[in-house]
Design a protein around this ligand. Structure first.
Ligand code: GDP
Ligand code: MG
Length: 166
């Protein structure tokens, strides 16, 4: 059996970049499929010997400021409901923002399996943000960089025991 991983988080934290890394060249196939919604992009992912479905909450980028929170909440709740595991990303170079706190609230209230990724963690500029991420109350943050491939072994190690449940 396989599982579904939803990548969630506010706009610009690097969700789509990580999605693209996990889906790789298989993305071309995904985009050709009819019925693939713009808001929740999904594709077949591979990480080492793990195969799973990854979902990118992509529609948030189009939201205007005053609709952002409601839209974010609905999209995230949908992604969380449809997924077996959530990977919540923050931008380690920026640190925790009020919008990140809203996301963390949603995820904590919904329960389920949540992994925390402090993304853009290549280099020293991310060190403070990585420590700050502990304050979200979602456990130990993984230092990730979707762009540079940092932290993929840690993501693998976190997903392996989860994959064995499905
Ligand atoms: P999304 O809005 O969460 O889907 O974020 P995107 O994947 O579109 O990335 C937003 C911006 O962050 C883009 O300019 C990316 O090039 C940049 N970005 C994404 N991942 C990384 C990363 O790992 N490190 C750094 N430094 N920048 C990144
Ligand atoms: Mg995106």
């Amino acid at each position: 059996m396989s599982f579904t991983l939803a990548i969630v988080g506010r706009p610009n934290v690097g969700k789509s970049t990580l999605f693209n890394r996990l889906v790789g060249k298989r993305l071309a196939l995904v985009d050709d499929q009819p019925g693939v919604t713009r808001d929740l992009r999904e594709g077949p992912a591979k990480l080492g010997d793990l195969s799973f479905t990854v979902v990118d909450t992509a529609g948030l980028e189009d939201a205007t400021d005053d609709s952002l929170e409601g839209r974010m909440r609905r999209l995230t709740e949908r992604a969380v409901d449809e997924a077996d595991v959530c990977l919540f990303l923050i931008d380690a170079r920026v640190g925790i923002t009020p919008v990140d706190e809203i996301f963390a609230d949603i995820l904590r209230k919904r329960g389920g399996i949540v992994l925390l990724g402090a993304n853009k963690a290549e280099g020293r500029a991310a060190e403070a943000g990585l420590l700050e991420a502990w304050n979200l109350g979602l456990g130990e943050p993984m230092a990730l960089s979707g762009e540079h491939g940092v932290g993929m072994p840690e993501l693998y190690s976190a997903l392996l025991p989860i994959s064995e449940r499905f």
